[in-house]
Design a protein around this ligand. Structure first.
Ligand code: FAD
Length: 485
């Protein structure tokens, strides 16, 4: 029986596992490897970070789902891939180390016929001295981090209630960060919470980002068609910042975070400091630490993985200038060029380049967002690769691979701007395609009829609905597969 090993049980890996099981039933042995025992609906960590949800509301244990679905599960982390096997076997295998408390530290070699790398990002706090919960700032990247942020925010709110003034800084903690949308969401949820608690006037809320303009969001900004007019995501976002009294510091690379002081450089090369009482700064991402070896034991990590640690797939990685970037550079099948049975999906695949225009300060510091790979495309990639593998198992190695390029895919993203069934709001953004295509859409690179932005209460309801729907789907409850990624 063919074995499919999936590394990672996040949005892309878990989606792939469920679709593979649905298509192959008992025809394949599907095994998921993930160091965490829980699944986390990461988008709702924002609400945990302001105390509106608990960790338990955004996570659930994976083992019972996999048991019910007859999917193997190893609570372990993958540390190395041997795509050619070794001196004893020609079959590819993965070295894993158990994180399961009952088998902690135990090692195992897991053979595979097909491998899906869906390990998401390594949260690279180490790139900026003092960044992160082990340093001097907070994070909402995991449910645990978000709980810590909520507790720290509560302390600030208590101090504000006594009449003290406080500065809250929210944003990204390095010039090469991605996920600006999450920082944006957390900013407006904190701002909303401060208003709800009657302490907004005493708080200076600052958004600190590597974006060139507000509304860039790592996708080079967008042009929206709204009520027959065209508007830019820049203008749209600026008006929200003005309305809510949030100060923005843009084009910034955080150099280090000392207790209460952020040191940062901006694109013109000048250096500044910013005092803070509370800071939530997202880390830059890189691939998780995995090695790769050929059958003779030679280290082939650099062949399999790009320098940023992400898996090389069927993208065009040739170095090009911004003007030369093309939609065709982006991967379609997510197949590893050297090993046809290895695939990389979600954040784990190496993008060919950024989407936002790359920029450097006169000091040579890169200050521009890395390309986001949000939940919807990550889920679509997971499903697409699952179908490709199922078809190869059913019909042989010549079965054509399915495609799902981000250059031919739309995305919908709802950025919460505050909770509450009557007082909540959210910015609902749709775009098509994710990767701008200036040949097809010469004006803005995207189809105006399918690129839109809307802010309001209904966005909040939709975001809340999606929270419950996606957790229902991830629990593989009745009819889960009818809920789109
Ligand atoms: C705070 C925040 C808010 C967000 N909000 C939104 C939103 O509103 N909408 C949206 O579309 N996107 C949002 N995103 C982005 C979204 O979370 C990601 O696009 C999505 O999680 C990517 O899926 P993934 O499967 O690639 O990675 P992940 O979901 O991160 O999953 C990676 C998996 O790999 C596992 N893993 C790690 N190392 C190893 C290893 N060595 N071996 C095996 N397994 C390993 C992890 O434990 C995890 O199970 C947000 C992100 C953040 C941080």
């Amino acid at each position: 029986m063919a074995r499919v090993v999936i590394l990672g049980a996040g949005i892309s890996g878990h989606t792939a596992a469920l679709h593979l099981q649905r298509r192959l039933k008992t025809k394949a042995d599907i095994v998921v490897v993930s160091p965490n025992s829980n699944w986390n609906w990461i988008p709702s960590n924002i609400w945990v970070g302001v105390g509106k949800m608990t960790k338990d509301q955004v996570t659930f244990p994976l083992a019972p789902i996999y048991k019910r679905k007859h999917i193997g599960f190893r609570q372990a982390k993958a540390v190395a891939i041997h795509p050619e096997g070794d001196a004893d076997t020609a079959q590819g295998f993965v070295d894993i180390v158990y994180t399961d408390p009952t088998r902690l530290g135990e090692e195992e070699q897991l053979p595979y016929d097909f491998l899906i790398v869906a390990t998401g990002p390594k949260l690279n706090f180490a790139a900026t001295p003092g960044l992160g919960p082990d340093g001097n700032s907070w994070s909402v990247c995991t449910a645990g981090h978000a709980e810590q942020s909520a507790a720290a925010l509560e302390t600030i709110i208590e101090a504000l209630k006594t009449g003290e003034r406080k500065t809250l800084v929210i944003g990204v903690g390095h010039g090469t960060c991605t996920c600006e949308g999450a920082a944006f969401e957390y900013t407006f949820n904190v701002e909303h919470e401060l208003r709800e608690r009657g302490v907004r006037e005493l708080a200076d809320v600052v958004y600190l980002s590597n974006e060139y303009d507000l509304g860039d969001l790592g996708v080079g900004g967008m042009t929206f068609a709204q009520n027959g007019f065209e508007t830019s995501s820049k203008m749209w976002t600026e008006s929200l910042f003005r309305e809510r009294g949030v100060r923005a510091i843009l084009r910034a690379h955080v150099e280090k975070v000392d207790p209460g002081v952020i040191h940062y450089e901006v694109l013109d090369g000048s250096k500044h400091t910013l005092d803070f009482d509370f800071a939530m700064l997202l880390p830059p991402f890189r691939g998780v630490d995995m090695k790769a070896y050929a059958n003779d034991g030679a280290d082939i990590t650099d062949d399999l993985f790009a320098p940023n640690g992400f898996l090389r797939v069927d993208a065009d990685y040739e170095t090009k200038t911004y003007d030369q970037w093309a939609p065709e550079d982006w991967p379609k099948t997510y197949q590893c060029p050297r090993y046809a049975n290895v695939f990389g999906v979600g954040i784990a695949f190496a993008p060919p380049h950024a989407i936002s225009e790359p920029r450097k300060s006169p000091n040579g510091t890169v200050i521009s967002p890395a390309p986001p790979r949000t939940g919807m495309p990550s889920g679509v990639m997971g499903r697409t690769v699952a179908i490709s593998i199922a078809e190869r198992i059913n019909h042989g190695d010549q079965a054509p691979l399915r495609t799902a390029s981000m250059a031919a895919m739309g995305a919908a993203c709802i950025a919460s701007a505050g909770t509450g069934l009557r007082k909540g709001s959210a910015a609902a953004i749709t775009m098509y395609p994710i990767i701008p295509d200036r040949k097809r859409f010469p004006d803005s690179g995207r189809d105006l009829t399918q690129t839109s932005g809307e802010i309001g209460l209904s966005g909040h309801w939709t975001k809340l609905l999606l929270h419950y729907l996606f957790i229902y789907k991830a629990k593989a409850r009745f009819g889960w597969f009818m809920i789109p990624e």
